[in-house]
Write a protein of this length. Structure first.
Length: 504
């Protein structure tokens, strides 16, 4: 089987539409992980993903008659763009059926390449059904995204380039797995020519269809599939890819959303490229492999398989990155409800940067705070921080791996506090720099109890804090004068309807 595939790969026609992409050394990562890390830059393809290789090669094998009838596929993602480009290049009519929920940016990208877009159904399966119906009715040829020998062979050209570009010793190639077209092509080529090189699949832990199939030794359908890395969110490994994978894939590693986000950042730091989540999956797996095996001084290749991400997703990715790198600890800490205890708490946190601080007055004894703190990766520093806080007498619960805390409580902590009387609310802005929050607290002094505090370090030039102080009647007259002396910009917000409706 391998020889047949290698021949197909060597004869594959992809370079009319795709290009040979560079294999870049990731210098920062290499140093950090103590291995030589190489990134195959498929984000530099004309459609910003490798998918054009398989789509073009599959189309290139069609007869003139088939081409004259036109091609069709169902896809909301990179395959759609790959097919649209290939069809335009060959002068063939292409129809792409997309689920109605497909983001407009992707619809426009496919239209811009000259393909006809049909929006049909709420989910992918309905779009697929309709595409197959059109095959029957109109005689179009269906070009599948992964489950076809010619698609697999097209994707395999990526491995051909890697082995040529990196002729020396190579420990492993890490490959993202959706339906398995890419890994099948890579495994077939690599195992035929360099069987000592490991081929390791990487899947999100909530979309691990290859892992599940290898465990059961048959293709299984996952009941639910996580959509975060939508390019690899596939419920069942392809039939043809599985024939190759069950024989030639050495291992499968699964990664979580935070680890994928952290890998997006790593790729950015080394190459300045912003990958889509699926594009960073294989690096996330590579990092985990190095951590688990402890290997050093080996050459490892991963694939930035795509860069078609919506701009508005970057905020979420950036926020979760620190957690994926285990650089941010999220803690629930109980501190005494008295003036000055915030500042005392910050003193124990020490030089570490506070990334988030959320607190709302509950009762006269204890204050429950939600706090994010920058820590060194690896977990030891986080443990030290927790121990330091516990030794100082603070009850601490580590919420770093708690999804509820990270996704929801972060935004909901606080709320109304019927017991927080005489409350005056202010919003502050101060220049952000190390120690700026501590400095702000020092300026705020200890004269009034703090009944609400929210701070989130967004990495911008200014730190922003919302604070409520319990100021007894009669003392409020001096407050503006006092704040003016602090010198930071501030706004009185007690009358703001947003405060009154949700917090007051
Ligand atoms: C960016 C990206 N990476 C990886 C994959 C997975 O490829 P395959 O379905 O061939 O396993 C896809 C599939 O669309 C993708 O778009």
């Amino acid at each position: 089987m391998l020889e047949r595939y290698v021949k197909k790969i060597l004869q594959a026609r992809v370079y009319d539409a795709a290009r040979e992409t560079p294999l870049s050394e990731a210098r920062f990562l290499s140093k950090r992980l103590k291995n030589s890390i190489w990134i195959k830059r498929e984000d530099l393809q004309p459609v910003f993903s490798f998918k054009v290789r398989g789509a073009y090669n599959c189309m290139a094998q069609l007869s003139e008659e088939q081409k004259a009838c036109g091609v069709i596929t169902a896809s909301a993602g990179n395959h759609a763009q790959g097919l649209a480009l290939s069809a335009r290049q060959m002068g063939v009519k292409a129809t792409i059926v997309m689920p109605r929920i497909t983001p407009d940016i992707k619809v426009q990208a496919v239209k811009a390449r000259g393909a006809k877009v049909v929006l049909k159904g709420d989910a992918f399966n309905e779009a697929l059904e309709y595409a197959l119906q059109l095959v029957e009715e109109k005689g179009y040829t269906y070009i599948p995204p992964y489950d076809h020998p010619d698609v697999i062979a097209g994707q395999g050209t990526l491995a051909m380039e890697v082995l040529r570009q990196h002729a020396g010793p190579l420990h492993a190639i890490f490959v993202p797995v959706g339906g398995g077209g890419l890994i099948a092509g890579v495994a077939a080529y690599v195992k035929y020519l360099r069987p000592e090189v490991k081929v390791i699949g990487v899947e999100p832990e909530d979309a691990a269809c290859l892992k599940a199939a290898l465990e059961k030794d048959r293709r299984v359908v996952l009941e639910q599939v996580g959509l975060f890395a939508e390019g690899v969110a596939v419920a069942q490994i392809g039939k043809e890819p599985f024939k190759i994978c069950r024989e030639y894939v050495d291992d499968v590693i699964t990664v979580n959303t935070d680890e994928i986000c952290a890998a997006v950042k790593d790729i950015f730091e080394d190459t300045r490229a912003v990958s889509e989540p699926s594009g960073a999956v294989s690096l996330a797996g590579l990092k985990k492999y190095v951590e688990q095996t402890g290997i050093e001084d080996e050459h490892l290749v991963c694939i930035n398989s795509g860069a078609n991400t919506n701009f508005d997703r970057l905020q979420h990715i950036a926020e979760r990155t620190e957690l994926g790198e285990k650089r941010e600890a999220i803690l629930a800490v109980t501190i005494p409800e008295q003036p000055g205890s915030f500042k005392q708490f910050c003193r124990v946190v020490g030089k570490r940067m506070v990334t988030e601080f959320c607190y709302r007055y509950a009762d006269t004894e204890h204050a429950q705070i939600y706090v994010g703190v920058s820590v060194k990766p690896g977990g030891e520093d986080r443990l030290e921080l927790v121990q330091a806080l516990q030794s100082a007498g603070y009850p601490v619960i580590d919420l770093t791996d708690n999804e509820l805390a990270k996704l929801h409580i972060r935004h909901l902590g606080g709320g109304r506090s019927p017991n927080a009387g005489d409350e005056a609310v202010y919003r502050f802005e101060f220049p952000e720099r190390p120690g700026a929050l501590m400095n702000f607290l020092r300026h705020l002094g200890q004269d009034w109890n703090i009944s609400l505090f929210h701070y989130r370090n967004h990495g911008s030039a200014y730190g922003r804090v919302l604070v409520a102080l319990q100021i007894p009647e009669g003392e409020s007259g001096n407050i503006n004068e006092y704040f003016d002396r602090i010198g930071y910009r501030y706004w009185a917000e007690s009358d703001n309807p947003a405060y009154q409706l949700f917090l007051g």
